[in-house]
Design a protein around this ligand. Sequence first.
Ligand code: NAD
Length: 395
Amino acid sequence: MMDRNGLSRRQVLAAGAGATLAAAGASRAAAQVRAEGTTLAGDFTFPEPPGQRMRWAVVGLGNYAVGQIIPRFGDMHASRLTAFVSGSPAKQADLGARYGVSRFYSYTNYDEIAADPEIDCVYIALPVGLHAEYTIRALRAGKHVLCEKPMASSAAEAEAMVAAARQANRQLGVAYRVHFEPNNVDVLRRIRAGELGTLRHINADHGFNATFDWPPHIWRLQKALGGGGSMYDIGIYGLNTSLMMLPGDTVDWVSATYSTPQNDPRFAEVEGAVEYRLRMASGISVQGSSSYCYSPYFSRQCYFGSAASAAMQPATTYDANSITMDGGNLPQRTFRAGDPTSQFAAQIDAFSRAARAGVPHLTPGEMGLRDMRLIEAIYRSADAEGDRVMVGLAV
Ligand code: NAD
């Protein structure tokens, strides 16, 4: 038997007086509302069902792939990991067991990925001197490719990669993760919104201390595998991130000088440090330094405007970037606009969606080629003790 609040005699007896009143209130509320569908509010992206995600093979199971890229597949919404390409069966078996991956290829049978329907996209995480070869082979196998930075050993190699993507009708991207890092994206938004007034100058300093004692640094100090020196590996962050903030501008000319320490055995094949300047058609100048001789690791971007400045230090790390804004009639403030670690999943999911839609990735092969041309111009200027090198490259 029910009382007038819809409670059974057993419920009334089982509950104390307070509970009875609360239950009565809940019951009255329940009588007034009913479950119904609503439209979505906000900017949601839902994880896609596994069967609809783009399937990825990671090529090269080194420090960056194992430490940063592979673990982030768990955070992704549009991508899943299905295959490894490596010269080490033991590493494949170990990582395969950890991440549920069972399709393994070696560098010699790599071309057989062409017949594997469980691979749509390939992530190239090899030393730079191998990027062009393994990217072009994957494109010829009919796969989309996201290649690590710097794109290649030379602009000529990067041109061949872009041409191979066009010929294969597949997407080619360069893994410039900073374009997906929420704090850098926030600075871009503020610059575009005019919060800094007119942007006048950008400063970009990036470096770390390279050593023969750590295997991932060894190939970076060899021309054949590293492609170039600090400017290829770490200076490219300053170059690419600065240009990210200047869409639509043009690099008129560059000038640069080497600041590599003399007689340092680390720099027998590649440059240890460069200071460079890019003069933009807008009148803005980008001034940067790139070094294999900074200790500790250093990454800073500063944006100077007529109304305010924005500084990021660190600017391009995996997990620690923040923004300090000064000016604009507000006290100086340091803040974080988002979690930097989201950049890895955001980058790969964005590539998956672009590849599926058949549209270029936000950081396409052509951007990588532009940067290779700029770095070559920086080297030409430094070889000529700082002479201006005209480039006329659209950002
Ligand atoms: P690493 O030396 O740790 O890894 C390189 C991998 O390539 C290893 O698994 C190695 O076994 C394999 N390899 C195959 N052939 C090789 C050869 N002939 N010589 C040397 N290694 C060979 O290097 P890493 O630091 O992981 O860098 C890999 C790539 O990732 C590079 O392109 C680098 O620029 C890029 N990277 C990007 C970021 C970023 O933040 N986007 C950070 C670090 C590295």
